[in-house]
Ligand binder design. Structure first.
Ligand SMILES: Cc1cc2nc3c(=O)[nH]c(=O)nc-3n(C[C@H](O)[C@H](O)[C@H](O)COP(=O)(O)OP(=O)(O)OC[C@H]3O[C@@H](n4cnc5c(N)ncnc54)[C@H](O)[C@@H]3O)c2cc1C
Length: 500
């Protein structure tokens, strides 16, 4: 007979989406689970900040691939619709081009036709073809690449997979691929910028990622009332109800090891916690570098390519600006040069593209008294120790540039109406969440860092130490990290099946 106190214990480092979700999968299978989070609350990069009643999602704002969220709630025995009040967003994006013309991306194909034909006569057919192909790529990659665990090289490199990569257009660059469908730079930009969600440049990313445009316009882009943080709140509540213990303000200093095993954790206050299994949700590069004994892996991971960082501004306003939709993207300067500055020169372009999220358009609870709570993000290069990067200066430049650009769409008095003003840069991402190089999305998703070539979800020596999160397989983005949690939990169950 097994008594509750004899249940094996799993210790999880970090209460990001990956830590919370793997905890939930694992506690349901009979483990005792404790989660240790360095910050005062859960969520990590899917975070929330409330200042003077202005509510901001601090990282993730785009709810894509709803079926992956629904699957997670279902795997926990719950129905997503009982927890999240989802609204489909259409138009998905308000795009503002350099010449101040606009394009509103919408699933209403008649409306889309009118708009794209006005920009580039004859392009509607190209768009339909592009989205159709994107749908094919999505349906092919989801079961065969994204939701599949690659535990050996031969599972990833074999004739079937090589054929799959070819069918997924993994060897074609996204910018070149888009040119086959659209002749004007405006439409090429409108249907490739989404690569930034993966922390990638379309001039380097595989055409596979054109599936993103399909997911937005066909499967839909959603907004959970209350903001993206509702996902964290509801998953944490389900998890706590199942008995998982969360410890906040509790940074882990070391993952303790002995022989070929992880034996527990040393917390920053010196306390030792023993456990049977350890799952690290904190950024993978950081875990190898700072929490584990040095076996050379940290240096190898450090040489890998990382995605971009972001400079953020959270502005609480006492006025709403009708020029903005829920999601807005401003294209500025030379598109290609902008990506080179971010990804090759690891800096901020002279005239950066930027994104603004205005949730109060749909959800008045985001902001008090009819005001607005704007989230403005400027993608920039990650921290690069070989360069002198003056982040306070870059942040100042980003802010001045956005204010100037917004004036061109008639938002001329923004600064007068800012009542809450908070900014966050690459060094803040690094310090608050221990993100390597302050990279918002972790390890890049280029082909040679995907699948089996991505650092594995189980440590090669300590077989009871597992990893979950954005820099593990399958990669960044809330729905993808939900998949990572499922794969890691399954790996643990498979590895320990004989014990149970
Ligand atoms: C600006 C930005 C915008 C984004 N936009 C979107 C979007 O629109 N849609 C989308 O789907 N995704 C988006 N993403 C990506 C998404 O937010 C992330 O991929 C996802 O939240 C990562 O979750 P995670 O669990 O892997 O890691 P994290 O969120 O980093 O969680 C790891 C946790 O570990 C904790 N930790 C670190 N070190 C320690 C330690 N020593 N001890 C204890 N705890 C520790 C951290 O504090 C953190 O809470 C965005 C990300 C950013 C940064």
């Amino acid at each position: 007979m097994t008594y509750p106190e004899e249940k094996p214990t799993i210790l999880i480092v970090g209460a990001g989406i990956g830590g919370i979700t793997s905890a939930t999968h694992l506690v349901r299978t009979g483990y005792r689970v404790k989660v240790f989070e360095k910050n005062e609350k859960p969520g990590g990069r899917c975070g929330q900040m409330i200042i003077q009643n202005y509510r901001f999602d601090t990282g993730a704002t785009l709810f894509l691939m709803p079926e992956l969220y629904a699957e997670t709630y279902a795997a926990l025995g719950e129905r997503m619709e009982d927890y999240l009040d989802l609204h489909r967003i259409d138009p998905t994006y308000h795009l503002f081009f350099q010449d101040n013309s606009q394009l509103q991306l919408t699933s209403d194909m008649h409306e889309m036709m009118a708009q794209v034909e006005a920009i580039e006569p004859g392009s509607y057919e190209g768009l339909l073809h592009y989205l159709g192909e994107g749908g094919r790529l999505y349906k092919l990659s989801l079961p065969n690449l994204i939701c599949r665990d690659f535990r050996s090289l031969t599972q990833f490199i074999n004739p079937r997979m090589i054929l799959l990569f070819l069918r997924l257009k993994s060897l074609t660059r996204h910018d070149r691929y888009a040119k086959r469908f659209f002749k004007t730079s405006k439409l090429q930009m409108a249907f490739t910028f989404q690569d930034m969600y993966m922390g990638l440049s379309p001039y380097e990313s595989p055409a596979t990622y054109s599936l993103m445009q399909y997911t937005e316009l066909s499967a839909g882009l959603y907004y959970p009332m209350g903001g993206m943080y509702r996902i964290v709140e509801t998953l944490t509540a389900i998890t706590e109800k199942l008995g998982v213990v969360f410890m906040y303000n509790c940074p882990v200093k070391k993952i303790l090891t002995e022989g070929g095993h992880a034996t527990g954790l040393e917390l920053s206050d010196g306390q030792i916690v023993s456990g049977d299994i350890v799952v690290a949700n904190a950024d993978l590069g950081y875990v190898y570098r700072s929490l584990l004994p040095d076996d050379g892996t940290a240096a190898r991971i450090d040489h890998k390519e990382y995605g971009c960082s972001t400079v953020m501004f959270y502005w609480g306003l006492d006025k709403e600006f009708p020029q903005l939709g829920l999601h807005n993207l401003f294209f500025c300067g030379d598109y290609r040069k902008g990506f080179e500055d971010i990804f090759t020169n690891t800096t901020m372009p002279e005239q950066p593209n930027f994104y603004i999220h205005a949730p109060a358009r749909l959800d008045p609870s985001a902001s008090p008294n009819g005001g607005d709570s704007l989230y403005a993000a400027v993608p920039v290069g990650h921290i690069n120790d070989k360069l002198h990067q003056n982040w306070p200066e870059i942040q100042k430049r980003a802010r001045a540039f956005m204010i100037q650009r917004l004036a061109r769409v008639g938002i001329t008095d923004l600064e007068e109406h800012i009542k809450v003003d908070f900014s966050f840069g690459p060094e803040d991402w690094q310090n608050r969440y221990n993100l390597t190089r302050g990279s918002a999305h972790g390890l890049s998703h280029k082909l040679t860092q995907m699948g089996y070539f991505r650092p594995h979800n189980r440590h090669k020596t300590y077989h009871n130490l597992y990893f979950v999160g954005a820099s593990t397989h399958p990669g960044t983005g809330v729905p993808t990290v939900l998949v990572s949690a499922r794969l890691t939990a399954q790996r643990i169950l498979d590895d320990t099946a004989w014990e149970r």
